[in-house]
Design a protein around this ligand. Structure first.
Ligand code: N01
Length: 535
């Protein structure tokens, strides 16, 4: 298959590794192209201090191999970056995936020539294939704000998603962090431990729930291993791909003390389960306000200085309408004498100077190290970077000029035989990613086999795509999610990006059923055509 496999998979993180394995199993020749020097995707790049998964280890992993589930031992309730990377390296070796991956190979363009995809790489390589599968992740395109003066900054600066492998020495130095999303909230307490002084530049105060991370006791780990069949069933039937049952308690009907006790128990348990403990939290404004108020009160209980506590208290969006971070000692960090909070909503960053950060008021914060925990051009960004062109040379960037639209998050009208794992319009980032990834890969593999067996090509019909876009919008509007004006779910974090709610908020189980129905009905949302072979 000299540079011409049946399928090219771009990316070798959770999605790409499983796609290579699964497509191979189905008898296809597959090759992976990966920009990094190794496997891991998100977990290869995000090596910032404190990087850890917010899903628990026993279910933030593949479910496709019962042997793998039993063999691998997680050491903590929430797996750290290095442990997840080791896991993915183990998967790559165990399933002999590396022989079909080119590393340090960045895709610069991918064009459909009427018959095949032609993929060019930065190093001058060219690959052709019938089916192109993108496994580029949803949060892999770093968003470094365009603040004047970054070039002449005399200190060093880093984006958390491109953290140097050798680490960054912050010991005794003046460190600034811009951003208080999930990443900033994980990094800030760890950076504070060794920095000489840490300054946090906060634009939007965020809710956060204690992770309550701990070593995984051998009996607990053994319990999960014994129970995997039931755990996987729960995940498949869930809204978010987590093995939690969402509470059926009507919290508003409870007396005040019982409601408070319920929230306290959820707080003590910690993690993303807090959200599942409060029924209707994302659909009923009154329920949400109770939970939001409870979390605000915890910030005020934790942070000693009342002014700092209030500055850290979110009042502009309901709880969980932005992706809820979970933390280890985040709010407590602001009680340290060597940590200060700067409200850059009140006094925005005007420029980076050679010495540090200057605010619009003229105040300058001298820094040795500046950390951008400023997030990503999410979901559509990683796909737009690939330089994809479909029928008639139309670019994906043009097709998505008004916002990213897909059919089921899996394909785009005008782009034949292109399949997008966890693309815009899929549940992806609203779920436990490995669960969504496996569902997508299995579904794509079935479709590709169908196309191979019947010598067809496929692309979504414009009608099916328009219906799906409308459904994605309705699903978001049925929740409180669009109320967070600064959310990356809406593209609001990237200047000039169209405001479209990108992930599918209708729930994982419902989505999976719709995908299954699409396949069972013979793919009515796709135009299936006899292949037009090039002369
Ligand atoms: O990025 P974010 P993230 N000036 O976009 C601020 C996943 N994740 O990397 O809210 C000043 O959430 C921005 O402010 P605002 C998870 O899905 C998972 O933290 O736009 N500030 C915000 O505070 C998560 O949601 C895990 O006003 C600026 C922050 O930067 C997603 O990744 C761990 C600014 C960006 O927050 C993204 O999280 C970490 C500017 N010009 C992340 N531009 C695990 O589970 C942006 N900000 C392991």
């Amino acid at each position: 298959m000299a540079n011409d496999p049946d399928v090219v998979v771009i990316g070798a993180g959770f999605a790409g590794l499983y796609a290579i394995h699964r497509l191979r199993e189905r008898g296809l020749s597959v090759h992976g192209l990966e920009a990094a020097e190794g496997v891991g995707g998100t977990w290869y790049w995000n090596r910032y201090p404190g990087a850890r998964c917010d899903s628990e280890s026993y279910y933030y992993c593949y479910a496709f191999s019962r042997e793998l589930e039993q063999e691998w031992d997680w050491s903590e309730r929430y797996p750290g970056q290095a442990e997840i990377l080791s896991y993915l390296e183990h998967v790559a070796d165990r399933f002999d995936l590396r022989r079909d991956i080119s590393f340090s190979t960045t895709v610069v363009s991918a064009a459909h020539d009427g018959d095949r995809w032609v993929i060019d790489t930065e190093d001058g390589g060219r690959w052709t294939c019938r089916w192109l599968v993108t496994a580029v992740g949803c949060l892999s395109s770093a968003n470094v704000p365009d603040i004047p003066g970054l070039e002449p900054f005399a200190g060093e600066w880093h984006h958390t998603g491109q953290w140097p492998h050798e680490g960054v020495d912050v010991a005794g130095r003046r460190v600034g962090v811009v951003g208080t999303g999930s990443t900033g909230i994980q990094a800030i307490p760890v950076l504070a431990e060794s920095a000489g002084h840490l300054t946090v530049f906060q634009r939007t105060a965020n809710f956060s729930i204690p992770a309550r991370n701990a070593p995984l006791a051998p009996e607990e780990a053994a319990g999960y291993k014994a129970d995997y069949a039931a755990i996987r069933e729960l995940q498949q039937a869930s809204t978010n791909g987590h093995p939690f049952v969402v509470s059926d308690v009507d919290t508003l009907a409870l007396p005040d003390d019982e409601r408070r006790a319920l929230l306290e128990r959820a707080w003590e348990r910690g993690g993303l389960r807090f959200r599942a403990a409060v029924r209707d939290v994302l659909t009923d404004p009154a329920v949400n306000e109770e939970a939001s108020d409870f979390l605000r009160s915890k910030i005020h209980e934790t942070v000693d200085d009342a002014t700092t506590a209030e500055a850290l208290t979110p009042r502009d969006h309901p709880f969980a309408t932005k992706r809820p971070p979970i933390d280890t000692g985040y709010f407590e960090t602001y009680n340290r004498a060597d940590v200060s909070l700067v409200d850059v909503r009140a006094d925005p960053i005007a420029a980076i100077t050679p010495r540090g950060v200057r605010l619009e008021s003229g105040t300058e914060h001298p820094l040795d190290v500046l950390v951008f925990a400023t997030g990503f051009d999410a979901l559509s960004g990683p796909l737009l970077r690939l330089g994809i062109r479909g029928t008639g040379g139309q670019s994906l960037a043009d097709a998505w000029a008004e916002g990213a639209t897909t059919y089921l998050g899996l394909g785009v009208a005008g782009f034949p035989d292109l399949f997008t794992i966890t693309g815009p319009g899929s549940p992806s980032v609203l779920t436990n990613m490995p669960t969504s990834i496996e569902q997508h890969v299995d579904w794509i593999a079935d479709l590709v086999v169908h196309l191979r067996d019947h010598d067809l090509e496929a692309e979504p019909t414009p009608e099916a795509q328009a219906r799906w876009a409308e459904h994605v919008r309705e699903a978001a509007d049925a929740t409180l999610l669009p109320q967070a004006a600064s959310s990356w779910y809406l593209g609001a974090n990237v200047p000039g990006k169209p405001r479209v709610f990108l992930p599918y908020a209708g729930g994982f189980a419902r989505y999976r059923e719709m995908c299954d129905a699409e396949a069972a009905a013979g793919y009515p949302g796709f135009a299936l055509r006899a292949r037009q072979r090039a002369a």
